[in-house]
Design a protein around this ligand. Sequence first.
Ligand code: COA
Length: 189
Amino acid sequence: MQLTIETPRLLLRPNTLNDWDIGIQVLSDPEVMRYVGAPLSPEDVRKHMPTFIRRSAGGAIGIWIAEHRATGEKIGDGILLPLPIEADDTEWELMGGDEMPDRDIEVGYLLKPSAWGHGYASEICAALIDFGFENTNLEEIVAVTDPDNGASRRVLIKCGLINHGMRRAYGGETTDFRISRAAWERNQS
Ligand SMILES: CC(C)(COP(=O)(O)OP(=O)(O)OC[C@H]1O[C@@H](n2cnc3c(N)ncnc32)[C@H](O)[C@@H]1OP(=O)(O)O)[C@@H](O)C(=O)NCCC(=O)NCCS
């Protein structure tokens, strides 16, 4: 399976141990984490890198780093990961085997603030949804957001996800976005 994904402006490639720099830029920034959870200390990001590079389903799910194709600058990340319901973070213990975890699989993205407002999150989200449906037998890809995270909600709608109201995830109430394989196939034509 080809895990590197090219979009018009970005290269998405699997997270590596060397990507602690962009990890710190997003996960330790209170502005980025405003709707996502408590920021991690830079030391914690470094400590957790061996976990953050775990992949499952033959590599088809995990974290991708997004970098500008033109300059190589890292701008953030995109994910396909099992959605936690009562846990407040990804259940990393489910990741690392060859199987697809028996959970909803969520698409997500975190960009450093200097990259906001250029359509990059939409480019990442659309590419990961295509990748997920093309490389796995998932029947649905889900996403959750804080109801106040207007930019993220807009990204999901632009990428064809439908808002189904509210649901539990990450140990709280979140907006429930989904796209089915059938809807994704319809959107291709
Ligand atoms: C949310 C985030 C990923 C958006 O990234 P981005 O690259 O700026 O997103 P895009 O440019 O692709 O699209 C943003 C859309 O939201 C719109 N938007 C921006 N701020 C908005 C707001 N407060 N309310 C509603 N819409 C908003 C933009 O106008 C754009 O829509 P348009 O293309 O129709 O004009 C980025 O701000 C981010 O990383 N935030 C912190 C992490 C985060 O919250 N991640 C999502 C977790 S669910």
